[in-house]
Design a protein around this ligand. Structure first.
Ligand SMILES: *Cc1c(COP(=O)(O)O)cnc(C)c1O
Length: 385
């Protein structure tokens, strides 16, 4: 018994989510308090002093997410971007970061338009090519920052291969695991030093809260991030922490259904006459399908497809009913979006062209509705092309 490690679904429901000691409440309470009474000078009860520093609801979520990612600790923030920003504040002027060239749009905006002003340097490479990462690493490189799969092109990076390069050359490897969730991809087991998520997406899963997390593998990282939480203050609120604690309890069943529906939609699109290409790592035609099978335990529900033109994309997106036209992803509802004019508009036409994003691409985050209803909706919408 003592050696038995509980499975993923059990840990998502129980780790950090033990009944509350005072009343036995099975749901972790929302500790809506800014401060904590002290019994005497220098004697806070249970170590709690002020809620920017620590809060019991937040602590519980941090324990839960550390367990699910196989890390030693986690720190949660007000948004995914706040979590990513916290990682970069661990750096100093003159430090260099090697990152993917097709990252979530907010990340290069933060790097180029804010952090570059503080003397941090960034080099963007195609991280699906380990040699490109190796070549870009210099004497002052502190981090390699990777998103896999990428948005919206669904290109994969071999985490284990990049980790071997980082071990040899020195920088720490950070992986954004938002698209797969810890249910389908375990970057720390593959050698990542830190994992980051926008909890806004699959971890929360219900499109009702914003948040981010950094999962650590070493005590120094966790201590430094606690200091950043306390000093910079972009922490996750108790209520948002509770929303993620609630959402994460069903992560395993949601991801199974996302994956089933994702495969069904990808196969349907691949067969459709009006669809010119489908980007989904679960399809055998995907150029990195073998890596996907090796590195992930499912393929998830993020799919991009080519309609051929901006006009075609517009025509079909005007018709969708079950699929909601909107940014974001990872919720129970199917969300459909147009990268060129929505999530990737800021890249500009040249920037999009450089990495292969076209005006005809449509991205879908397949929800957990009945698959037949999603397929019927796409069918009638595609008929408008
Ligand atoms: C949404 C997202 C982010 C940013 O998270 P926010 O919670 O919106 O701040 C970062 N990375 C990826 C892959 C995302 O999808």
């Amino acid at each position: 018994m003592s050696n038995h490690k509980a499975g993923f679904a059990t840990r998502s429901i129980h780790d950090g989510q033990e009944p509350e000691p005072l009343t036995g409440a099975v749901s972790v309470p929302i500790y809506a308090t800014s401060t904590y009474v002290q019994d005497e000078l220098g004697k806070p009860r249970m170590g709690y002093e002020y809620a920017r520093v620590t809060n019991p609801t937040r602590d519980r979520l941090e324990q839960n997410l550390a367990s699910l990612e196989g890390g030693m600790a986690a720190r949660v923030f007000a948004s995914g971007m706040a979590a990513i920003n916290a990682i970069t504040t661990m750096l100093k002027a003159g430090d260099h970061v090697v990152c993917g060239h097709n990252l979530y749009g907010g990340v290069p905006r933060l790097f180029n338009q804010i952090l570059a002003n503080y003397g941090l340097e960034f080099t963007y490479v195609d991280t699906s090519e380990p040699r490109a990462v190796d070549k870009a690493i210099g004497r002052n490189t502190r981090l390699v920052y990777v998103e896999t799969p990428t948005n919206p092109l669904m290109s994969l990076t071999d985490i284990a291969a990049i980790s071997r390069i980082c071990r040899k050359r020195g920088p720490q490897l950070v992986v954004d695991n938002t698209f797969m969730s810890p249910y389908f991809q375990q970057p720390i087991a593959l050698g990542a030093d830190m994992v980051v998520h926008s909890t806004t997406k699959f971890l929360n899963g219900h499109s009702d809260g914003l948040g981010g997390v950094v999962v650590c593998t070493r005590k120094e990282q966790a201590e430094q991030l606690s200091f950043i939480q306390k000093s910079a203050g972009a922490i996750m609120s108790p209520f948002e922490s509770w929303l993620v604690l609630r959402g994460v309890k069903t992560l395993a069943v949601r991801m199974e259904q996302h994956d089933r529906n994702g495969r069904a939609v990808a196969e349907y699109l691949a067969e459709h006459k009006k669809v010119k290409a489908v980007f989904y790592p679960g399809l055998p035609e995907h150029p990195q399908h073998e890596l996907a099978r090796r590195q992930m335990s499912g393929f998830g529900s993020m799919i991009t497809f080519e309609t051929g033109s901006l006009g075609n994309a517009k025509r079909m997106l005007r018709k969708v009913r079950v699929c909601s036209l909107g940014e974001s992803l990872g919720g129970v509802e199917t969300l459909i979006s147009h990268p060129a004019t929505m999530t990737h508009a800021a890249l500009g036409e040249k920037g999009r062209k450089a990495i292969g994003i076209t005006d005809g691409m449509v991205r879908i985050s397949v929800g957990i509705e009945d698959a037949e209803d999603i397929l019927a909706d796409l069918d009638q919408a595609l008929a408008a092309i």
